[in-house]
Design a protein. Structure first.
Length: 82
């Protein structure tokens, strides 16, 4: 289970503050209509010592590869644009 830092919900909507890669892995495909996220920057800030932390990359190329993989996994949950 993904740790949700904060959440709110109302009629026909829900908002979650969580690790987007882990959180969206548990969602059905085509279940997100709108998302807001703040991606990390290569070598700008290391949030933790975890290898899952995208800030812990040895190079810009490794960062871009990690980011592309993470985005591909989370994009499956987004509803396609009309």
């Amino acid at each position: 289970m993904t740790k949700v830092l904060d959440q709110a919900a109302g009629e026909n909507w829900a908002a979650y503050n969580a690790d987007c890669v882990l959180f969206t892995a548990g969602l059905d495909d085509n279940s997100i209509d709108f998302s807001v996220y703040s991606p990390p920057f290569s070598s700008l800030y290391i949030y933790s010592e975890s290898v899952a932390d995208m800030g812990n990359c040895a190079s810009d190329d490794e960062f871009l590869s990690s980011t592309a993989t993470s985005c591909a996994k989370s994009c499956a949950s987004r509803v396609p644009a009309d």
